[in-house]
Design a protein around this ligand. Structure first.
Ligand code: SF4
Length: 94
Protein backbone atom coordinates (compact mmCIF):
# COMPACT_ATOMS: atom_id res chain seq x y z
CA UNK A 1 0.00 0.00 0.00
CA UNK A 2 3.07 2.24 0.09
CA UNK A 3 2.67 5.71 1.54
CA UNK A 4 -1.07 5.82 0.97
CA UNK A 5 -2.99 5.40 4.20
CA UNK A 6 -5.33 2.45 4.41
CA UNK A 7 -8.88 3.64 3.84
CA UNK A 8 -11.52 2.75 6.37
CA UNK A 9 -12.80 -0.46 4.96
CA UNK A 10 -16.54 -0.69 4.57
CA UNK A 11 -17.94 -3.96 5.87
CA UNK A 12 -21.68 -3.34 5.29
CA UNK A 13 -21.50 -5.81 2.42
CA UNK A 14 -21.15 -8.63 4.95
CA UNK A 15 -24.88 -8.36 5.69
CA UNK A 16 -25.63 -9.54 2.15
CA UNK A 17 -23.06 -12.28 1.99
CA UNK A 18 -24.03 -15.69 0.73
CA UNK A 19 -22.04 -17.33 3.51
CA UNK A 20 -24.13 -15.90 6.37
CA UNK A 21 -25.04 -18.88 8.49
CA UNK A 22 -22.72 -21.24 6.59
CA UNK A 23 -20.17 -23.14 8.66
CA UNK A 24 -17.06 -20.87 8.70
CA UNK A 25 -14.81 -23.95 8.71
CA UNK A 26 -15.80 -24.43 5.09
CA UNK A 27 -13.96 -21.21 4.24
CA UNK A 28 -10.86 -22.09 6.23
CA UNK A 29 -10.09 -25.60 5.03
CA UNK A 30 -7.13 -27.57 6.33
CA UNK A 31 -4.03 -27.35 4.21
CA UNK A 32 -4.53 -29.46 1.08
CA UNK A 33 -8.28 -29.87 1.66
CA UNK A 34 -10.78 -29.02 -1.06
CA UNK A 35 -11.91 -25.41 -1.47
CA UNK A 36 -14.59 -26.38 -3.96
CA UNK A 37 -17.60 -26.16 -1.63
CA UNK A 38 -16.61 -22.75 -0.32
CA UNK A 39 -16.04 -21.47 -3.82
CA UNK A 40 -19.48 -22.76 -4.81
CA UNK A 41 -21.03 -20.60 -2.07
CA UNK A 42 -19.00 -17.61 -3.23
CA UNK A 43 -20.00 -18.14 -6.84
CA UNK A 44 -23.57 -17.10 -6.11
CA UNK A 45 -22.64 -14.25 -3.77
CA UNK A 46 -23.71 -10.73 -4.72
CA UNK A 47 -20.97 -9.10 -2.63
CA UNK A 48 -18.15 -11.22 -3.97
CA UNK A 49 -16.14 -8.29 -5.33
CA UNK A 50 -16.45 -6.33 -2.08
CA UNK A 51 -15.37 -9.38 -0.14
CA UNK A 52 -12.36 -10.01 -2.36
CA UNK A 53 -11.30 -6.37 -2.25
CA UNK A 54 -11.63 -6.32 1.53
CA UNK A 55 -9.39 -9.37 1.81
CA UNK A 56 -6.84 -7.95 -0.61
CA UNK A 57 -6.66 -4.59 1.12
CA UNK A 58 -6.58 -6.19 4.56
CA UNK A 59 -3.88 -8.64 3.57
CA UNK A 60 -6.01 -11.57 4.70
CA UNK A 61 -3.65 -14.51 4.55
CA UNK A 62 -6.02 -17.35 5.36
CA UNK A 63 -9.24 -18.71 3.99
CA UNK A 64 -11.44 -18.27 0.97
CA UNK A 65 -12.52 -14.69 0.34
CA UNK A 66 -14.40 -13.52 -2.72
CA UNK A 67 -14.18 -17.00 -4.14
CA UNK A 68 -10.38 -16.99 -4.09
CA UNK A 69 -7.82 -18.97 -2.15
CA UNK A 70 -4.77 -17.51 -0.40
CA UNK A 71 -2.61 -18.44 -3.35
CA UNK A 72 -4.97 -16.82 -5.86
CA UNK A 73 -5.12 -13.63 -3.80
CA UNK A 74 -1.34 -13.58 -3.49
CA UNK A 75 -1.11 -13.69 -7.27
CA UNK A 76 -3.43 -10.68 -7.58
CA UNK A 77 -1.49 -8.74 -4.94
CA UNK A 78 1.77 -9.47 -6.77
CA UNK A 79 0.24 -8.41 -10.07
CA UNK A 80 -1.02 -5.16 -8.57
CA UNK A 81 2.37 -4.46 -7.02
CA UNK A 82 4.04 -4.95 -10.41
CA UNK A 83 1.50 -2.61 -12.02
CA UNK A 84 2.17 0.02 -9.35
CA UNK A 85 5.91 -0.31 -9.93
CA UNK A 86 5.45 0.03 -13.69
CA UNK A 87 3.24 3.10 -13.21
CA UNK A 88 5.78 4.66 -10.84
CA UNK A 89 8.62 3.99 -13.28
CA UNK A 90 6.62 5.49 -16.13
CA UNK A 91 5.90 8.59 -14.04
CA UNK A 92 9.60 8.99 -13.19
CA UNK A 93 10.56 8.69 -16.85
CA UNK A 94 8.40 11.71 -17.78
S1 SF4 B 1 -17.67 -13.99 -1.58
FE1 SF4 B 1 -17.77 -15.91 -0.43
S2 SF4 B 1 -16.67 -15.52 1.48
FE2 SF4 B 1 -17.13 -13.55 0.55
S3 SF4 B 1 -19.05 -12.89 1.48
FE3 SF4 B 1 -19.55 -13.95 -0.40
S4 SF4 B 1 -19.90 -16.06 0.15
FE4 SF4 B 1 -18.85 -15.10 1.84
Amino acid sequence: MGIIAKPDLDTDWKDESNCLGVDPDLFFPERGASTREAKEVCRGCVVREDCLEYALQNGEKFGIWGGMSERERRRIRRQRALERQAAASAAEAV
